[in-house]
Design a protein around this ligand. Structure first.
Ligand code: CMC
Length: 387
């Protein structure tokens, strides 16, 4: 006490400066490089937003083409990686496999691990952005016993991911432009969110000089929890458990009961005390996707909309300023695209990789020192070992 500030949960401590993302939680504003998330979702695409997060500016046409072409150059993973998968049970959670595989990438790329070399850092960023969809799709293919699909570089980033997820050597998978766009938008909306738990984990791991693949692996592990990225999976499980609009009040009461650990998943946010701007775009995208597929009356969407309406009118949620967050509607879109629930958080990790690597790169691009939080010791005073 006295020497430092006690701030459990980092509610009021800024641990770094950053130029990447701005959030005003009271007003529900999210900007990347100064650009509002709603405008990026409308006019940009995921890879262009990746460029923005990494470089601080939007690319011109030539820069974008070059960026996309370098990403495509790195989409394959080393063939040895496929053997790595065989060590896992088929029913392993794909996030467990991702933590392991992404960390293991550092064993393959000794040529670019000098974190003080800006070019090496950039190559690592390209490798990670390019390989995450390949590894993610491999997790799914492994779980269902189908052969891994190689990336197809003539496809767009989201289309290629869907091809590796749902294509087979016997049959090509061609998503409709609306579905490919929705997938790309989900990637874009999750791309960065300043110093959340996983990004702070990556920055802290990076501050020791650890290699970028190991740092991103630590970010994936931090993201997995249900209070963070695991919420998208938890939302869908919750909606399925609710099962019928008639059961909503019972779940609302459980969420309000201080004795019950149950929380309304997809609701609340540490920073937003207003609508999460990403949730609004996500809700509109959800409507578009379900209309495209002709399943507007999807029962889970109905439950989600009614649940949102009831919660937003309930005193408990109003008083605490608990609004739907980015994950409230993303799961319904992913389910409609055909993505299994266990892959939802993997998709969050794939999308957030650019945020993690941009923050890691920003950390190493400026004067820095190792992160070392302090603590308040509450254990026993000095005492003698019993003779
Ligand atoms: N359902 C019911 N009550 C809630 C919820 C919820 N989802 N979220 C917060 N509360 C209550 C909480 O019990 C507390 O009440 P009280 O003041 O009476 O003790 C009050 O609201 C403040 O909550 P808190 O736990 O202090 O808030 P936090 O900032 O520490 O936690 C959160 C933020 C996101 C972890 C939390 O809102 C939560 O667990 N939400 C559900 C999980 C979720 O959707 N997570 C995804 C976050 S967005 C994606 C991402 O970026 O990771």
């Amino acid at each position: 006490k006295g020497l430092f500030t006690y701030d459990p949960g980092f509610v009021s401590t800024a641990a770094c400066e950053s130029k990447i993302t701005y959030i005003d939680g009271e007003k529900g504003i999210l900007l990347h490089g100064g650009y509002p998330i709603e405008q990026l979702a409308e006019h940009s695409d995921y890879l262009e937003t990746c460029y923005l997060l990494l470089n601080g500016e939007l690319p011109n046409a030539e820069e974008k083409e070059k960026f996309v072409s370098i990403v495509k150059n790195h989409t394959m993973v080393h063939e040895q990686m496929s053997h790595f998968f065989n060590g896992f049970r088929r029913d392993a959670h794909p996030m467990a496999i991702m933590v392991a595989c992404v960390g293991a990438l550092s064993a393959f790329y000794h040529d670019s691990l000098d974190i003080n070399d800006a070019h090496h850092r950039e190559v690592c960023a390209f490798r990670l952005i390019a390989k995450m969809p390949t590894l993610a799709a491999m997790c799914y293919k492994y779980s269902i016993g189908q052969p891994f699909m190689y990336p197809r570089n003539e496809l767009g980033y989201a289309e290629n991911f869907l091809h590796m997820m749902f294509g087979t050597p016997c049959e090509e998978y061609k998503p409709s432009p609306v579905l490919a766009k929705a997938m790309d938008r989900i990637f874009l909306l999750h791309a960065d969110h300043e110093q959340n738990a996983s990004t702070s984990t990556v920055r802290l791991a990076g501050s020791s000089g650890a290699n970028p693949f190991a740092c991103i692996s630590s970010g994936i592990a931090a993201l997995w929890g249900p209070a963070h990225g695991g919420a998208n999976e938890a939302v869908l499980t919750m909606l399925e458990e609710i099962g019928d609009e008639a059961n909503i009040p019972e779940f609302i009461e459980r969420a309000k009961d201080p004795e019950d650990p149950f929380r309304l998943m997809g609701f609340g946010h540490r920073v937003y005390r207003n609508f999460d701007p990403r949730a609004k775009v996500m809700k509109a995208t959800c409507d578009q996707v379900l209309a495209e597929l002709g399943v507007e009356d999807e029962p889970l969407l109905k439950i989600a909309k009614r649940l949102e309406q009831i919660a937003l009118e309930d005193e408990y949620f109003v008083e605490r300023k608990l609004y739907p967050n980015v994950d409230f509607y993303s799961g319904i879109i992913l389910k409609a695209i055909g993505i299994p629930t266990s892959m939802f958080t993997v998709i969050f990790a794939l999308s957030r990789t650019i945020g993690w690597i941009s923050h890691w790169n920003e950390f190493h691009s400026s004067p820095n020192r190792i992160g070392r939080p302090r603590q308040l010791y509450t254990g026993p005073q000095k005492r003698d070992y019993p003779a």
